[in-house]
Design a protein around this ligand. Structure first.
Ligand code: MEV
Length: 336
């Protein structure tokens, strides 16, 4: 079977990093997606093409003795490929069947922008591969396999990115052990956002590790910060429910300050975050793992132009996207 599956990227409204330690987070899918086509092969080989992950070139990998070998000169893309590689391995193990396949990855969002591309690639790859081999996995199973893949590649990962990419929407999420709790966030008014990004300087894996090391060094201080971020999430959930955007904005500002305290912001991200506020945003923060990547600003319509221009003048890019879109979608399933 030839299967095309797609999965969305995401922004974190509140709670990244603290979510890794069991605190809740508010997260939203965006309407930019990764598309993965899977066509099984009869020769046991894998050929992976990542044509427009915004780095030129085709990446080809071959399976020899059950091992996938990545052949590419592009270090940055290699990191996206390690999610594909691991996702295929974990899925094969789960379904108890391993067949070669042509995998074609296309993205409508920029890679390295901190918008959850790796989770979207992972979810879409697992779904397309399992379906192409004739296995109808439930969404819960796909989300779980994708989370396992992220944990394997990153060392430490919460289920936040993989869950939102699988289910979509605007979600409140927290986990404990292997139990993941997700609820749709009820909102009293739209959440008007401007989303900007700069190139990533560090990988998610290293940033999560940085927070972990800081926590080891200053447990009382860092644990208190993490707990406070959890309280911000609960308060923000109420503010969004009541449609109180002023309060929601202030809470974003506090959340950003604490992420900066955890050492995951950068000078460039801080510039964008503060410029957005100076141009009239109700609040702004980095979004995702940090180290560059994306930032969000809560902005009323009349201020959107000013905030967007400020981000661009400072060297950032603005993404035009809506939040809360669909999760995993099977775009097409054909007999090949
Ligand atoms: C990355 O998008 C979000 C982090 O909280 C890591 C995770 O939840 O696994 C930084």
């Amino acid at each position: 079977m030839k299967v095309v599956a797609s999965a969305p990227g995401k922004i974190t409204l509140y709670g990244e990093h603290a979510v890794v330690y069991g605190e809740p987070a508010l997260v939203a899918s965006i309407d930019k997606r990764v598309y993965v086509t899977c066509i099984p092969r009869s020769d046991g080989r894998f050929r992976i093409s990542a044509l427009n992950l915004h780095v030129p070139g085709v990446i080809v990998t071959y399976s020899r003795d059950g091992e996938i070998i990545l052949e590419t000169d592009y270090g940055r893309v290699l990191s996206a490929l390690s999610y594909i590689n691991e996702g295929l391995r974990i899925t094969s193990e789960y379904i108890g069947e391993r067949r070669g396949a042509d995998i074609i990855v296309e993205s409508s969002m920029p890679v390295g922008a901190g918008l959850g591309t790796s989770a979207a690639v992972t979810v879409a790859t697992i779904a397309a591969y399992a379906k192409a081999l004739g296995y109808d996995l439930k969404r819960e199973e796909i989300a779980k396999l994708a989370w396992e893949t992220e944990k394997k590649v990153q060392g430490i990962a919460s289920p936040m990115d993989t869950s939102i990419s699988t289910f979509g929407g605007v979600m409140y999420i927290r986990y404990s052990g292997s139990n993941v709790h997700m609820e749709r966030v009820k909102i009293g008014s739209e959440i008007p956002l401007v989303i900007g990004y700069v190139e990533r300087e560090a990988k998610t894996k290293d940033l999560v590790q940085r927070v972990y090391s800081l926590k080891q060094k200053y447990p009382h201080i860092v644990e208190a910060i993490i707990k406070t971020i959890g309280s911000i999430v609960e308060e923000a959930r109420k503010a969004l429910y009541e449609g109180d955007l002023v309060r929601a904005g202030e809470l974003m500002n506090i959340n950003h300050g604490l992420l900066d305290a955890l050492g995951v912001s950068t000078k460039k991200l801080n510039e964008l975050v503060y410029a957005a506020r100076a141009m009239g945003a109700l609040g702004s923060k980095l979004s995702g793992a940090g180290g560059g990547g994306s930032m969000i600003a809560l902005v009323l319509r009349e201020r959107v132009q000013d905030v967007s221009s400020a981000i661009r003048i400072l060297g950032g890019k603005v993404i035009d996207t809506a939040i809360g879109g669909k999760g995993l979608v099977y775009e097409s399933v054909e007999r090949s």
